[in-house]
Every structure is written in structure tokens, then in C-alpha cells.
Design a binder for this molecule. Structure first.
Ligand code: CA
Length: 172
């Protein structure tokens, strides 16, 4: 199952925001390498959760190097922050937009200009099996106590198909 979703993610990323597992310095965020992932995640995944094809680490959540894990399972998409390699802080549930197809990408970006990053997850669903997958991107914020969704911002970025488009939108 893991390889399946890795391949799906890879194909969707072609011509998009770049390679899988790159290390890049934008927004002070690094994306960790695949061979570091299993150690970093040891014990935190729950039954039925399948890792999406990348992990994100950055100043999002209670510490400056929260590891963000996005998952796909029988109930759809999920996500959590992993703090200091052990404390799991779940994201609120993703919206129910039908059949969860793929986490295409995700990006830390400051959506409200307060200098703290939120996280925009580029996710696709099918309303019915066999129909074309459509973006319904989801935005998460850290409010000091937990992760919350930002529905008003989600309306702004719902259909954006790349991390670069999201970053460009909030750049001005
Ligand atoms: Ca912000």
C-alpha cells in the first residue's frame, strides 16, 4: 500500500513543486529524506494509517521542528504533528469530500501575515469512484493549544493545484 501511494504522489508531482523528499530551505522548513522517515515515525502511526509520500518538518505547532505526518487510511486523510519524536498531536478531521484520492503536496505558508506559518494541504477527492479527482485543499493552524482548520482560508485556496500557486497567492 505504501508504494502505491508513493507512486501516485510522485506522478501527480511531475511538473509541480518538485521531487519527492527534497531538502530545501524555503520558509525555514525542511522535508526529511525517505530513509530517515521510518525511524522518525517509529510507533506513532496507528492501525490502518498509511504514510503519504513525504514528511514535513518546521516551525508549525508547539516547537520549531515539529514533524508533520499526513496519512491516508480506510477513513480518508489524516494528519498529526510529532513533537520531539514522541508526542503525537492530531490534526482535526479532514472534511468529507468523498473518496480520498491523494495528498498531492503541502506547504507551510503565512496565510494571515502574522509571521507564523499555517499549513496548506493540497488534497484531492473523487465525489464518486471513477470520476475525476478534484482539489479541495485544507488549511491547518496552530492556535497555541492545538491544530485547527481555517475554513475561510480554505475557500480561498480550495482549487489550487500546486504549492507554488499557494505561495504566490500569499506572497503579496
Ligand atoms: Ca500566520
Amino acid at each position: 500500500m505504501l508504494m502505491f501511494f508513493m507512486l501516485v504522489g510522485c506522478s501527480l508531482l511531475e511538473g509541480g513543486s518538485g521531487e519527492r523528499w527534497p531538502e530545501h530551505p524555503s520558509h525555514g522548513v525542511s522535508i526529511i529524506k525517505e530513509n530517515q522517515a521510518e525511524n522518525a515515525l517509529a510507533g506513532s502511526l496507528r492501525d490502518g494509517e498509511v504514510l503519504s509520500d513525504r514528511l514535513w518538518r518546521g516551525p508549525f505547532g508547539p516547537v520549531d521542528d515539529t514533524l508533520v505526518v499526513l496519512t491516508q487510511g480506510s477513513t480518508g486523510f489524516g494528519g498529526y504533528g510529532l513533537v520531539k519524536g514522541e508526542e503525537r498531536i492530531d490534526f482535526p478531521p479532514f472534511p468529507d469530500n468523498g473518496y480520498a484520492v491523494a495528498i498531492v503536496d503541502a506547504v507551510f505558508v503565512d496565510v494571515d501575515g502574522d509571521s507564523y506559518s499555517e499549513m496548506v494541504v493540497l488534497a484531492t477527492w473523487m465525489k464518486r469512484v471513477g470520476e475525476a479527482a478534484e482539489h479541495n485543499n485544507v488549511v491547518f493552524d496552530w492556535d497555541g493549544n492545538g491544530f485547527q482548520r481555517l475554513p475561510a482560508v480554505e475557500e480561498q485556496v480550495a482549487q489550487m493545484a500546486s504549492a507554488s500557486a499557494v505561495k504566490q497567492f500569499f506572497a503579496d
